[in-house]
Design a protein around this ligand. Structure first.
Ligand code: GLA
Length: 722
């Protein structure tokens, strides 16, 4: 029984409903899908009175009695180039006869329980979903387009993607293929995006009023990147963390993307999100089809926090690998920040004892197991037997005997020119030769070439075979500065590259289904839904200094759940701004927790302190995995947040002081998300507080010192009243 999607034949209107939202479009007089509404849940009535009719000059309109219908005025589900819509377009194609554009008309539709799969791309998993497929046909019948909608009622998310089918006899070319186009009434919206750079990923949350013309962000780097992110939102000017209307958008994709918000000449707003058209010219041979990546959107009238919580539920249930949903993530000790390239068998075994004393459950051997610096051997994937004479299998067995799991670092997409592979297969490199730019001393392998993917799969399997291993860190440490390929066309390069990365991730996950893959890209340079489909957690940033790390994590949490945000306590924080160890613990406990320090040199006292932290973190881990996040404070002086269990019986409240200000010797924080009528015991002072008191009056944090870095964590547990 379909509950969420309905088609009304009389008005030719499709209604897509989630628990709190509605989305509607009709098929208009031209046979085009015309958008009517997206927002708070409303009755599935006839909504066509809202249509924007042609009453303007200088816009094209349909003749023959349809003078009121203009493709440049009505709200489009699929704006196609060269078809009378001068606003931003979602699709641009050149047909087999070299002609631009294709006027598409409704032909049929199918409603489904569940969803279809999306070949070779990551996509939302369809659990509890309903879907709609609307088929449009061109006048010449050579091109068919299917608009796909997947509706997730429980978390208020609607996913969209487009399928373009070449039904003709000649090749057609796609020059733009966005995943989502959404027209919103008016332009009184503000755009929210996260910006940053290496060691500052998503820390700069930018909120700007929309202006006439186009705003947005993009990546042309071959990865979603450190600088921007495929997530964006638009909200009402008055919207804040807890109230107001917000639309959030994201793309299940890790390659070049482009997000835009255009205020058009009539003062309405068009959102477009999808693959970037940078160097994009994708040929579809006769009889074949192209699928855009899937975009997702959410509407919330409970502010930015409401949008984030909807996205978090969606990512945790519909994106990450199902076997890791709500599952304990091992507390790791990663060797990188503590040892860098200085790793060998004895050192790892000495680290293991320190790791165990600190409560870690798994040791990750990061970079350095196959090379001594970042100048050599990437691509060969051969253990350095001088440093690890007994091999990795032996080492892993010793660690397991001590009660530790084992994890290993890889960077499959990359190659050093000082490697055996480079000598043997220079043609596998995206750009090789003297004139090519280097980045971190390395070059990029052509992942769009299936032979390269086969080779890497074989090498990864060879390294892992006979090794008891639970975790793999999948890194990527440079962008693609010069695209070029020995296989396929230049215009398809970037998309084929990322599909090759996905193919390799899929093959490795299928071969080692129990393996926990943590992705990474020079810290958090590829933090997106495409990666999360294969890896339930991502290394968030190489910056672990608690002062900036809080901004990085809070920015990341706009779109991504705490359970995806990998975060470690380190000695070497990357910026010199250390903060106390407790400050670092409270900061790292925001996400998936671990350590990155030389555990071999810890004093007795330090080991005990870390063990205490690990125990505290274990108590709150269920909240990190599945709790509702409330961002309570983020004003540059303080950051505070709460994670509340779904049944509101438990919550952890965390507070950190980022800066000293003589006026702020104490600070009052309101703790939201608890059951206002219920009583909670605070682990801080042992007293009982009602949820409503915590939400509206708050608690006072005292003794903020003259230096920075006070960090407080309090657990609230509901007590039953007599
Ligand atoms: C990147 C990662 C680090 C570490 C190094 C190893 O910078 O972000 O965590 O793995 O590579 O070279």
């Amino acid at each position: 029984m379909m509950n969420c999607i309905r088609y009304c034949e009389e008005t030719a209107t499709f209604y897509l409903n989630t628990a709190h939202t509605s989305y509607a479009f009709c098929i208009n007089e031209l046979g085009a899908p015309e958008h009517l509404y997206y927002g708070a849940r409303i009755p599935s009535d006839d909504l066509r009175h809202i249509r924007n009719k042609h009453v303007y000059s200088f816009v094209p309109y349909a003749g023959r009695g349809l003078e009121c219908v203009s493709p440049d005025v009505f709200f489009q589900e699929l704006p196609v180039a060269n078809c009378g819509d001068f606003r931003s377009i979602a699709l641009s194609l050149v047909d087999g006869n070299g002609k631009y554009g294709a006027r598409m008309r409704y032909a049929s539709h199918i409603l489904r329980e569940g969803r279809l799969s999306l070949p070779d791309l990551p996509y939302s998993r369809g659990i509890g979903a309903e879907s709609l497929e609307v088929t449009l046909k061109g006048e010449t019948k050579e091109i068919e387009i299917k608009l796909h909608y997947v509706v997730y009622p429980a978390c208020d998310v609607i996913a969209r993607y487009t399928e373009i089918i070449n039904c003709g006899k000649k090749e057609i070319h796609l020059q733009k293929a966005a995943s989502l186009s959404l027209d919103l009434y008016g332009h009184e919206w503000e755009l929210i995006e996260t910006y940053g750079t290496y060691q500052y990923e998503r820390a700069a949350v930018q909120r700007t009023p929309l202006k006439y013309g186009t705003s947005g962000s993009f990546s042309h780097k071959g990865a979603s990147g450190h600088q921007g992110n495929p997530f964006m939102a638009v909200c009402r000017p008055e919207a804040c963390e807890d109230t107001g209307e917000v639309y959030g958008f994201n793309l299940i994709y890790s390659g070049n993307y482009e997000n835009s918000a255009e205020v058009d000449a009539l003062g309405n707003t068009r959102i477009i999100t999808g693959i970037s058209d940078y160097q994009f010219d994708f040929a579809i041979p006769a009889g074949e089809r192209f699928f855009t990546p899937e975009a997702v959107m959410v509407y919330s009238d409970c502010g930015i926090g409401g949008m984030s919580r909807a996205f978090h539920d969606f990512v945790r249930r519909q994106i990450i690998p199902p076997s890791f949903v709500n599952r304990h993530r091992p507390v790791v000790l990663n060797t990188w920040e503590g040892c860098y390239f200085d790793v060998n068998e004895q050192k790892i075994l000495a680290l293991a004892d320190g790791a165990i004393a600190a409560g870690a459950e798994l040791l990750v051997l990061d970079d350095g197991w196959f090379r001594t610096d970042d100048n050599e051997n990437l691509g060969d994937w051969q253990t350095d037997f001088k440093r690890f004479p007994h091999g990795l299998g032996w080492l892993s067995d010793r660690l397991h005997e001590k009660g530790l799991g084992f994890g290993l670092w890889f960077e499959p997409e990359m190659i050093n020119s000082k490697s055996r592979l480079y000598g043997e297969r220079p043609e596998w490199v995206v750009c090789s030769g003297d004139g090519c730019y280097l980045s971190r001393n390395q070059l990029v392998l052509d992942m769009g070439n299936p032979v390269v993917v086969d080779y890497l799969f074989e090498r990864i399997c060879a390294c892992l075979s006979g090794v008891k291993i639970e975790y793999l860190k999948w890194d990527m440490n440079r962008y693609i500065s010069e695209a070029g390929t020995s296989c396929g066309t230049q215009g398809s390069f970037f998309h084929r590259y990322i599909k090759g990365v996905y193919r390799l991730l899929r093959r490795v996950s299928e071969k080692f289904p129990a393996l926990l893959i943590e992705t990474c890209a020079g810290g958090g340079g590829r933090f997106d839904l495409g990666m999360l489909y294969y890896s339930p957690q991502i290394w968030t940033s190489d910056n672990t200094d608690p002062y900036t790390r809080n901004a990085i994590q809070l920015g990341t949490s706009l779109a991504y759940p705490n359970s995806a945000i990998s975060s470690h306590v380190t000695h070497n924080v990357g910026t010199g701004l250390n903060g106390s160890m407790r400050f670092r613990y409270v900061t790292a406990s925001f996400g998936v927790y671990g350590y990155e320090l030389d555990a071999g040199i810890l004093s007795e006292e330090e080991r005990d302190m870390l063990l205490g932290f690990t125990r505290e973190q274990k108590e709150i881990e269920p909240l990190v995995l599945d709790g509702d996040l409330y961002r309570l404070l983020d004003n540059g002086k303080f950051a505070a947040w709460a994670l509340v269990s779904k049944d509101r019986s438990r919550a952890v409240f965390s507070f950190v002081q980022l800066r000293y200000n003589a006026m702020d010797k104490t600070c009052v924080v309101r703790i939201k998300g608890l059951d206002e009528a219920a009583l909670y015991r605070s682990s801080g002072d042992g007293k009982l507080y009602r949820g409503g008191v915590l939400a509206h009056l708050g608690i006072r944090i005292e003794d903020l010192p003259g230096n920075t870095g006070k960090a407080v964590q309090i657990l609230f547990e509901r007590v039953e009243e007599e």
